[in-house]
Design a protein around this ligand. Structure first.
Ligand code: CP
Ligand code: NVA
Length: 305
Protein backbone atom coordinates (compact mmCIF):
# COMPACT_ATOMS: atom_id res chain seq x y z
CA UNK A 1 0.00 0.00 0.00
CA UNK A 2 1.27 3.47 -0.83
CA UNK A 3 1.38 6.04 1.94
CA UNK A 4 1.31 8.95 -0.54
CA UNK A 5 -2.39 9.63 -0.56
CA UNK A 6 -4.94 12.36 0.00
CA UNK A 7 -8.02 12.35 2.15
CA UNK A 8 -11.32 14.17 1.78
CA UNK A 9 -12.44 15.11 5.28
CA UNK A 10 -13.69 18.65 4.56
CA UNK A 11 -14.39 20.80 1.50
CA UNK A 12 -11.42 22.99 2.41
CA UNK A 13 -9.13 19.99 1.68
CA UNK A 14 -9.44 20.90 -2.02
CA UNK A 15 -8.41 24.12 -3.76
CA UNK A 16 -10.96 25.98 -5.91
CA UNK A 17 -9.21 24.66 -9.05
CA UNK A 18 -9.35 21.08 -7.75
CA UNK A 19 -13.02 21.44 -6.83
CA UNK A 20 -13.69 22.71 -10.32
CA UNK A 21 -11.95 19.62 -11.79
CA UNK A 22 -14.08 17.40 -9.55
CA UNK A 23 -17.25 19.09 -10.82
CA UNK A 24 -16.13 18.69 -14.45
CA UNK A 25 -15.36 15.01 -13.86
CA UNK A 26 -18.71 14.50 -12.11
CA UNK A 27 -20.50 16.22 -15.00
CA UNK A 28 -18.82 13.79 -17.44
CA UNK A 29 -19.91 10.91 -15.25
CA UNK A 30 -23.46 12.23 -15.08
CA UNK A 31 -23.54 12.53 -18.89
CA UNK A 32 -22.31 8.93 -19.30
CA UNK A 33 -19.17 10.23 -21.04
CA UNK A 34 -16.70 8.72 -18.55
CA UNK A 35 -15.93 5.14 -19.56
CA UNK A 36 -12.81 4.39 -17.51
CA UNK A 37 -12.64 1.86 -14.67
CA UNK A 38 -10.04 3.45 -12.37
CA UNK A 39 -11.05 1.28 -9.41
CA UNK A 40 -10.62 -2.06 -11.21
CA UNK A 41 -9.28 -4.55 -8.68
CA UNK A 42 -9.70 -2.04 -5.84
CA UNK A 43 -11.85 -2.14 -2.71
CA UNK A 44 -13.55 0.59 -0.68
CA UNK A 45 -14.35 -0.13 2.98
CA UNK A 46 -17.50 1.74 4.09
CA UNK A 47 -17.83 2.21 7.84
CA UNK A 48 -21.31 3.31 8.94
CA UNK A 49 -21.70 4.14 12.63
CA UNK A 50 -24.99 5.92 11.70
CA UNK A 51 -27.85 5.01 9.34
CA UNK A 52 -27.78 5.82 5.65
CA UNK A 53 -29.72 5.29 2.44
CA UNK A 54 -28.12 7.66 -0.08
CA UNK A 55 -24.52 7.59 1.13
CA UNK A 56 -24.38 3.84 1.41
CA UNK A 57 -26.03 3.08 -1.91
CA UNK A 58 -24.28 5.80 -3.92
CA UNK A 59 -20.81 4.85 -2.66
CA UNK A 60 -21.45 1.14 -3.19
CA UNK A 61 -22.93 1.57 -6.66
CA UNK A 62 -20.33 4.19 -7.59
CA UNK A 63 -17.45 1.91 -6.62
CA UNK A 64 -18.95 -0.89 -8.74
CA UNK A 65 -19.45 1.44 -11.72
CA UNK A 66 -15.77 2.43 -11.54
CA UNK A 67 -14.74 -1.25 -11.62
CA UNK A 68 -14.18 -1.76 -7.88
CA UNK A 69 -15.79 -3.47 -4.94
CA UNK A 70 -17.31 -1.92 -1.79
CA UNK A 71 -17.59 -3.47 1.68
CA UNK A 72 -20.38 -2.34 4.02
CA UNK A 73 -19.18 -2.39 7.64
CA UNK A 74 -21.68 -1.63 10.41
CA UNK A 75 -20.86 -1.33 14.13
CA UNK A 76 -22.91 -4.49 14.77
CA UNK A 77 -20.47 -6.49 12.69
CA UNK A 78 -17.02 -4.93 13.11
CA UNK A 79 -14.88 -4.78 16.26
CA UNK A 80 -14.89 -0.96 16.08
CA UNK A 81 -18.45 -1.24 17.40
CA UNK A 82 -17.11 -3.18 20.42
CA UNK A 83 -14.44 -0.61 21.19
CA UNK A 84 -11.45 -1.58 19.03
CA UNK A 85 -9.51 1.70 18.65
CA UNK A 86 -10.06 3.80 15.52
CA UNK A 87 -6.29 3.89 14.97
CA UNK A 88 -6.01 0.09 14.98
CA UNK A 89 -8.98 -0.19 12.64
CA UNK A 90 -7.26 2.26 10.28
CA UNK A 91 -3.98 0.32 10.33
CA UNK A 92 -5.65 -3.03 9.70
CA UNK A 93 -8.07 -1.89 6.99
CA UNK A 94 -5.14 -0.21 5.19
CA UNK A 95 -3.59 -3.66 4.73
CA UNK A 96 -6.67 -4.90 2.84
CA UNK A 97 -8.42 -2.05 1.08
CA UNK A 98 -7.61 0.90 -1.18
CA UNK A 99 -9.86 3.51 0.42
CA UNK A 100 -12.06 4.00 3.48
CA UNK A 101 -15.32 5.90 3.60
CA UNK A 102 -16.62 6.62 7.09
CA UNK A 103 -19.85 8.03 8.55
CA UNK A 104 -19.72 8.56 12.28
CA UNK A 105 -20.46 10.93 15.17
CA UNK A 106 -17.27 12.71 16.33
CA UNK A 107 -15.31 14.42 13.57
CA UNK A 108 -12.17 13.76 15.61
CA UNK A 109 -12.65 10.01 14.94
CA UNK A 110 -12.42 10.65 11.20
CA UNK A 111 -9.30 12.77 11.70
CA UNK A 112 -7.85 9.96 13.82
CA UNK A 113 -8.75 7.37 11.19
CA UNK A 114 -7.09 9.43 8.46
CA UNK A 115 -4.00 9.97 10.60
CA UNK A 116 -3.40 6.24 10.93
CA UNK A 117 -4.71 5.01 7.57
CA UNK A 118 -2.32 4.42 4.70
CA UNK A 119 -5.11 4.76 2.15
CA UNK A 120 -7.43 7.70 1.33
CA UNK A 121 -10.20 8.41 3.83
CA UNK A 122 -13.45 10.00 2.66
CA UNK A 123 -15.87 11.64 5.09
CA UNK A 124 -19.43 10.40 4.58
CA UNK A 125 -20.81 12.67 7.37
CA UNK A 126 -19.84 13.55 10.90
CA UNK A 127 -21.59 15.68 13.51
CA UNK A 128 -19.44 18.56 12.20
CA UNK A 129 -19.63 18.36 8.39
CA UNK A 130 -21.16 16.56 5.40
CA UNK A 131 -18.80 17.52 2.57
CA UNK A 132 -19.83 14.97 -0.10
CA UNK A 133 -23.44 16.15 0.17
CA UNK A 134 -22.65 19.83 -0.26
CA UNK A 135 -20.47 19.09 -3.31
CA UNK A 136 -23.44 17.18 -4.77
CA UNK A 137 -25.63 20.21 -4.00
CA UNK A 138 -23.24 22.58 -5.78
CA UNK A 139 -23.16 20.21 -8.74
CA UNK A 140 -26.97 20.53 -8.81
CA UNK A 141 -26.65 24.33 -8.78
CA UNK A 142 -24.18 24.17 -11.68
CA UNK A 143 -26.52 21.91 -13.67
CA UNK A 144 -29.43 24.30 -13.08
CA UNK A 145 -27.77 27.69 -13.57
CA UNK A 146 -24.63 26.75 -15.52
CA UNK A 147 -22.40 28.01 -12.70
CA UNK A 148 -22.23 28.51 -8.96
CA UNK A 149 -20.39 31.82 -9.37
CA UNK A 150 -22.41 34.83 -8.31
CA UNK A 151 -25.26 32.71 -6.97
CA UNK A 152 -26.92 33.42 -3.67
CA UNK A 153 -27.60 30.41 -1.45
CA UNK A 154 -29.91 30.61 1.58
CA UNK A 155 -29.61 28.12 4.40
CA UNK A 156 -32.76 28.02 6.55
CA UNK A 157 -32.75 26.09 9.83
CA UNK A 158 -30.27 24.26 12.01
CA UNK A 159 -26.61 25.32 12.07
CA UNK A 160 -25.69 21.66 11.67
CA UNK A 161 -23.18 19.56 9.71
CA UNK A 162 -24.79 20.62 6.41
CA UNK A 163 -24.72 24.32 7.32
CA UNK A 164 -21.06 23.99 8.32
CA UNK A 165 -20.14 22.40 5.01
CA UNK A 166 -21.99 25.13 3.13
CA UNK A 167 -19.91 27.70 5.02
CA UNK A 168 -16.71 25.91 4.02
CA UNK A 169 -17.86 25.67 0.42
CA UNK A 170 -18.70 29.38 0.25
CA UNK A 171 -15.32 30.20 1.75
CA UNK A 172 -13.45 28.22 -0.92
CA UNK A 173 -15.70 28.93 -3.91
CA UNK A 174 -16.77 32.51 -3.18
CA UNK A 175 -20.53 32.36 -3.80
CA UNK A 176 -22.88 34.25 -1.47
CA UNK A 177 -24.30 32.33 1.50
CA UNK A 178 -26.86 33.69 3.95
CA UNK A 179 -27.72 31.40 6.83
CA UNK A 180 -30.84 31.91 8.96
CA UNK A 181 -30.57 29.93 12.20
CA UNK A 182 -32.22 30.43 15.62
CA UNK A 183 -29.95 32.03 18.26
CA UNK A 184 -29.11 28.79 20.05
CA UNK A 185 -28.59 26.75 16.89
CA UNK A 186 -25.83 28.69 15.13
CA UNK A 187 -23.27 26.96 12.92
CA UNK A 188 -19.64 26.32 13.93
CA UNK A 189 -18.21 29.64 15.14
CA UNK A 190 -14.69 29.00 13.85
CA UNK A 191 -15.87 28.11 10.34
CA UNK A 192 -18.13 31.14 10.36
CA UNK A 193 -15.45 33.59 11.44
CA UNK A 194 -12.95 32.25 8.87
CA UNK A 195 -15.55 32.50 6.10
CA UNK A 196 -17.00 35.84 7.18
CA UNK A 197 -13.66 37.54 6.55
CA UNK A 198 -14.36 37.40 2.79
CA UNK A 199 -17.73 39.15 3.18
CA UNK A 200 -19.76 36.56 1.23
CA UNK A 201 -21.06 34.57 4.23
CA UNK A 202 -23.60 35.98 6.69
CA UNK A 203 -25.59 34.63 9.62
CA UNK A 204 -29.03 36.15 10.27
CA UNK A 205 -31.93 35.17 12.52
CA UNK A 206 -34.86 35.78 10.18
CA UNK A 207 -35.58 33.17 7.47
CA UNK A 208 -37.22 35.86 5.29
CA UNK A 209 -34.02 37.91 5.28
CA UNK A 210 -32.03 34.90 4.07
CA UNK A 211 -34.60 33.95 1.46
CA UNK A 212 -34.89 37.43 -0.10
CA UNK A 213 -33.40 37.33 -3.59
CA UNK A 214 -31.90 33.86 -3.15
CA UNK A 215 -31.18 31.55 -6.07
CA UNK A 216 -31.18 28.47 -3.87
CA UNK A 217 -33.24 27.75 -0.75
CA UNK A 218 -31.78 24.94 1.25
CA UNK A 219 -32.81 23.28 4.51
CA UNK A 220 -32.39 20.10 6.53
CA UNK A 221 -34.06 18.27 9.42
CA UNK A 222 -34.37 20.06 12.76
CA UNK A 223 -32.96 17.12 14.72
CA UNK A 224 -30.01 15.35 13.12
CA UNK A 225 -28.95 11.76 13.73
CA UNK A 226 -27.97 11.42 17.38
CA UNK A 227 -30.29 14.29 18.46
CA UNK A 228 -33.54 12.32 18.39
CA UNK A 229 -34.35 13.02 22.08
CA UNK A 230 -34.20 16.76 21.36
CA UNK A 231 -36.97 16.52 18.74
CA UNK A 232 -39.69 18.18 20.87
CA UNK A 233 -37.57 21.08 22.11
CA UNK A 234 -36.19 21.64 18.61
CA UNK A 235 -39.68 21.67 17.08
CA UNK A 236 -40.41 24.67 19.31
CA UNK A 237 -37.16 26.48 18.53
CA UNK A 238 -37.58 26.04 14.76
CA UNK A 239 -41.33 26.67 14.48
CA UNK A 240 -40.84 29.77 12.30
CA UNK A 241 -38.22 28.11 10.10
CA UNK A 242 -40.39 25.96 7.82
CA UNK A 243 -39.61 26.44 4.15
CA UNK A 244 -43.08 26.90 2.68
CA UNK A 245 -44.54 28.47 -0.46
CA UNK A 246 -44.61 31.92 1.20
CA UNK A 247 -40.88 31.79 1.95
CA UNK A 248 -40.10 30.44 -1.54
CA UNK A 249 -41.90 33.50 -3.01
CA UNK A 250 -39.27 35.76 -1.44
CA UNK A 251 -36.55 34.04 -3.46
CA UNK A 252 -35.84 34.71 -7.12
CA UNK A 253 -38.47 33.51 -9.59
CA UNK A 254 -36.24 30.75 -10.92
CA UNK A 255 -34.91 29.75 -7.49
CA UNK A 256 -34.53 26.07 -6.68
CA UNK A 257 -35.19 24.18 -3.46
CA UNK A 258 -32.61 21.72 -2.12
CA UNK A 259 -32.70 19.27 0.80
CA UNK A 260 -30.09 16.58 1.46
CA UNK A 261 -32.83 14.15 2.59
CA UNK A 262 -34.27 12.40 4.48
CA UNK A 263 -36.95 15.11 4.87
CA UNK A 264 -39.77 15.61 7.32
CA UNK A 265 -42.68 17.09 5.38
CA UNK A 266 -44.64 19.54 7.55
CA UNK A 267 -41.59 20.34 9.71
CA UNK A 268 -38.58 21.93 7.98
CA UNK A 269 -40.30 21.92 4.59
CA UNK A 270 -43.90 21.89 3.42
CA UNK A 271 -44.98 19.10 1.09
CA UNK A 272 -45.94 21.55 -1.68
CA UNK A 273 -42.38 22.89 -1.77
CA UNK A 274 -40.39 19.64 -1.65
CA UNK A 275 -42.80 17.99 -4.08
CA UNK A 276 -43.29 21.14 -6.15
CA UNK A 277 -41.82 22.49 -9.41
CA UNK A 278 -38.89 24.34 -7.82
CA UNK A 279 -37.61 21.28 -5.97
CA UNK A 280 -34.46 19.61 -7.32
CA UNK A 281 -34.07 17.11 -4.48
CA UNK A 282 -34.08 13.98 -6.66
CA UNK A 283 -31.38 15.33 -8.98
CA UNK A 284 -29.51 16.38 -5.85
CA UNK A 285 -29.69 12.83 -4.48
CA UNK A 286 -28.55 11.41 -7.84
CA UNK A 287 -25.61 13.81 -7.85
CA UNK A 288 -24.19 12.10 -4.75
CA UNK A 289 -23.32 9.22 -7.08
CA UNK A 290 -21.58 11.39 -9.68
CA UNK A 291 -19.57 13.60 -7.33
CA UNK A 292 -18.46 10.68 -5.16
CA UNK A 293 -17.35 8.75 -8.22
CA UNK A 294 -15.28 11.78 -9.18
CA UNK A 295 -13.81 11.95 -5.66
CA UNK A 296 -12.96 8.22 -5.66
CA UNK A 297 -11.53 8.33 -9.18
CA UNK A 298 -9.24 11.16 -8.04
CA UNK A 299 -8.22 9.87 -4.60
CA UNK A 300 -8.18 6.13 -5.23
CA UNK A 301 -8.02 5.78 -9.01
CA UNK A 302 -5.21 8.10 -10.05
CA UNK A 303 -7.44 10.56 -11.96
CA UNK A 304 -5.63 13.92 -12.04
CA UNK A 305 -7.25 16.99 -10.55
N1 CP B 1 -28.24 12.84 2.45
C1 CP B 1 -27.71 11.74 3.01
O1 CP B 1 -26.51 11.69 3.37
O2 CP B 1 -28.57 10.69 3.10
P1 CP B 1 -28.35 9.33 3.88
O3 CP B 1 -28.37 9.64 5.35
O4 CP B 1 -29.49 8.47 3.44
O5 CP B 1 -27.01 8.76 3.47
N1 NVA C 1 -28.06 16.81 9.31
C1 NVA C 1 -28.51 15.47 8.99
C2 NVA C 1 -28.09 15.10 7.60
C3 NVA C 1 -28.52 13.73 7.16
C4 NVA C 1 -28.02 13.36 5.81
C5 NVA C 1 -27.97 14.50 10.01
O1 NVA C 1 -26.81 14.64 10.39
O2 NVA C 1 -28.71 13.62 10.44
Amino acid sequence: MSTAHRDFLQITDFSPAELNELFVLAEQMCAGAYKKKPLAGKTLAMIFMKSSTRTRVSFEVGTYQLGGHALFLSPRDVQLGRGEPVADTARVLSRYVDGIMIRTFAHSDVVELAKHAEVPVINGLTDLVHPCQVLADILTIRQTFGTHHGKRVAWIGDGNNMANSWINAARVLGFELVLACPETYSPNAEFLSKASANGNVRLVRDPAEAADGADVINTDVWASMGQEEEQAIREKAFKNFTVDAKLMKRANKDAIFLHCLPAHRGEEVSADVIDGPQSRVWDEAENRLHIQKAIMAALMGGEKL
